[in-house]
Design a protein around this ligand. Structure first.
Ligand code: FES
Length: 139
């Protein structure tokens, strides 16, 4: 099996999937060896990406699937206790998120694609084991 060229980044979505202050696009990765989700958003024209993990309690942020922004579309809001984060920087603005803020994921946008770049602590999921049977279809 050919390993993806990590220095070229890994496909997240087509650029058109991220509308200004719209829903996020999520994908799975390994963070410090654990499966986690990350999300990308378009905010003020820029694509930003973070782990889907609140700084208060390591739980996912979205209040509906892929919905990360508050009703005014100004901040990322944690659905659990209402911590508020800057979409541009991931910094905690208000609430129980403390100084830590969101954990950024490096992304780029070029040629109509958004790609993410693994790091020491953020790695792609391993490819599926071909010896394992495929998952059963959902009922
Ligand atoms: S879990 Fe997010 S503010 Fe508490």
């Amino acid at each position: 099996m050919v390993e993806p060229a990590l220095d070229e980044g890994l496909w997240v979505c087509d650029s058109a999937a991220l509308v200004e202050r719209g829903k996020g696009v999520q994908w799975e990765l390994l963070y410090c060896g654990r499966e986690e989700r990350a999300f990308a958003l378009r905010f003020d024209g820029q694509v930003v990406a973070y782990l889907n993990r609140c700084a208060h309690v390591p739980t996912e942020l979205d209040w509906q699937p892929d919905e990360f922004l508050d009703s005014d579309k100004r901040y990322i809001l944690c659905a659990v206790h209402g911590a508020v984060y800057s979409p541009s920087t991931g910094a905690c603005v208000m609430g129980r998120c403390g100084r830590a803020g969101l954990i950024p994921v490096t992304v780029t946008e070029a040629n109509g694609q958004v790609r993410w770049y693994p790091s020491q602590h953020q790695r792609p999921l391993p490819p599926p084991d071909p010896s394992e049977p495929p998952p059963a279809p959902l009922p």
